[in-house]
Design a protein around this ligand. Structure first.
Ligand code: SF4
Ligand code: SF4
Length: 367
């Protein structure tokens, strides 16, 4: 089970497309008793997705900006983890962190060296148009991010970057690729298309499904020319899937959205994931009743969605194993229906057909 935890919705940056800013929890920061309830829920959720006697729960600390919780909060997370591991030897807990890094310091380094087993963390930075991502005080995000990413790197952490593909990035895939390749930290990078967080809203710089498809095709060509030197998602997952037949990867293409993901907000409300909480849909219950959350009718409806798509919209699609119909929220944003195909269907199909049509194509052009 992968649990996206938002211990706070507060943030020390102001990104023009941020979803979390819509949402106002009753408590701005997760309290101790809610954190304890979260750890009490984990054995139940781990068991629900366990395999061969081994239950694994991944906790992704997200926000808002999770480092605003301060190092002491994460020391408590570490203590709760140790307690749970000793009382549940079959339960494996792995931590992950999505942070803007702006508050990163020696105290965080100490606690995350133990919490993040593989010492990798994920952050966010945009290659151009610095006006989209600013500090809360109006200052320059990018310069501070560079300093902080370098610091994390020197302390032995690997830094991955999420890049939001707006209309400018979509028109300049080569420039975007080169930007990340030239960073000293040489991060792995995940390109995510920019879309609104709420139905009916428009977002400045948003792109169409066809633009996303064209961006993926061009990026793919640039990436292969460069012998796949940079770790680029979602391309690398699709490349591996085409060559080796195993589709892994993010929730929206894994086909495991409805069975393998949950989200928790600062008040202890449980929903499908962080994005669902941002959009205020697919709410499953509270931490007081972790089994009830798994059995909620909204969750069952999300599980039914896969069957509906396979028999309907996606029935004849050769790329089902690579896409699984995508994210229900991205269907809802486009059509108001949670059980439709992803808004990015057209763009994904165009990319799959142009770039993954035959395994030979992948092998000839790949390194
Ligand atoms: S609703 Fe979308 S973002 Fe949330 S877990 Fe499912 S696929 Fe991922
Ligand atoms: S590309 Fe479109 S039709 Fe094919 S599986 Fe994805 S959503 Fe369904």
């Amino acid at each position: 089970m992968f649990v996206i935890v938002k211990p706070t919705l507060a943030c020390n940056a102001r990104c023009t497309y941020c979803a979390a800013q819509h949402f106002n929890p009753k408590t701005p920061r997760m309290k101790s008793d809610v954190l304890q309830s979260l750890f009490q829920a984990l054995p139940v959720w781990g068991e629900a997705t366990g395999q061969m006697g081994q239950d694994t729960v991944h906790l992704l600390w997200h926000g808002g900006e999770p480092l605003l919780m301060g190092p002491r909060f994460f020391v408590q997370v570490l203590e709760e983890t140790r307690k749970l591991r000793s009382s549940n030897p079959h339960l494996e807990i792995r931590h992950h962190l999505q942070t803007n890094l702006l508050l990163w310091n020696a105290d965080f380094e100490e606690v995350f060296k133990e919490l993040l087993g593989d010492r990798s963390l994920s952050s966010s930075v945009d290659p151009f148009d610095r006006s989209r991502r600013r500090l809360a005080n109006g200052g320059d995000y990018f310069s501070l991010w560079l300093t902080q990413a370098q610091r994390a790197l020197e302390a032995g952490f690997r830094v991955g970057a999420v890049c939001v593909v707006d209309d400018q990035v979509a028109q300049n895939p080569r420039r975007a690729y080169t930007f990340f390749k030239n960073l000293t930290a040489r991060p792995s990078v995940r390109f995510n298309p920019l879309y609104p967080s709420r139905r009916g809203e428009t977002v400045e710089g948003g792109i169409s499904s066809a633009q996303w498809g064209r961006f993926l095709v061009e990026l793919w060509q640039i990436w292969l020319e460069d012998h796949r030197e940079l770790a680029v998602q979602p391309l690398a997952n699709w490349y591996r899937a085409r060559r080796h037949g195993t589709v892994r990867g993010s929730c929206d293409m894994s086909g495991r959205c409805s069975v393998g993901f949950l989200g928790v907000d600062p008040d202890g409300n449980v929903s499908q994931c962080g994005r669902a909480a941002d959009g205020e849909v697919l709410h499953y219950g509270t931490l007081d009743n972790p089994t009830g959350c798994l059995e909620s009718t909204d969750r069952q409806a999300n599980q039914q969605r896969m069957r509906t798509l396979r028999e309907g919209h996606c029935a004849d699609c050769s790329w089902w194993a690579y896409c699984h119909g995508g994210c229900p929220l991205q269907s809802w944003l486009a059509s108001g229906e949670l059980d439709g195909p992803t808004f990015w269907c057209e763009g994904r199909k165009a990319f799959f057909e142009e770039c993954l049509q035959t395994p030979e194509n992948v092998e000839e052009r790949g390194a």
